[in-house]
Write a protein that binds this ligand. Structure first.
Ligand SMILES: [Zn+2]
Length: 112
């Protein structure tokens, strides 16, 4: 249940940091640590360029994303999301904390 205005610790980052070039880590206020291989995050981008807005089908060709892609800048978007600018020039992706929390639970690194 969502109560408007009530902060939800499970989707509120206490700390966001990059662990080297390949990993982003978010520690949530509820104490959980989520770790994301940054390239997987790039591939999970859900912006209108990467995902068809109407069909929801992915438009991003994974082969077009460099192996060493990494965030060049991470900016907060309100209180609910971060925007990531990537080394491949892509900067329209917004990652809501709620989605990041879900992605963290899916353990992206083991998904094929
Ligand atoms: Zn995108």
């Amino acid at each position: 249940m969502d109560t408007p205005g009530a902060p939800d610790d499970s989707v509120t980052p206490a700390e966001i940091r990059q662990n080297g070039a390949r990993e982003l880590a978010i520690r949530w206020k509820d104490g959980t640590l989520s770790r994301y291989p940054v390239r997987e995050l790039r591939l999970a981008c859900a912006c209108a360029v990467c995902v068809d807005e109407w069909t929801g089908a992915g438009r991003l060709d994974p082969d077009s994303v460099p192996e060493d892609v990494h965030p060049t800048q991470i900016s907060p978007v309100g209180r609910y999301a971060i925007q990531i600018e990537w080394s491949d020039g892509h900067a329209t992706g917004i990652y809501p904390f709620r989605r990041l929390r879900t992605l963290g639970q899916l353990e992206l690194s083991s998904a094929s």
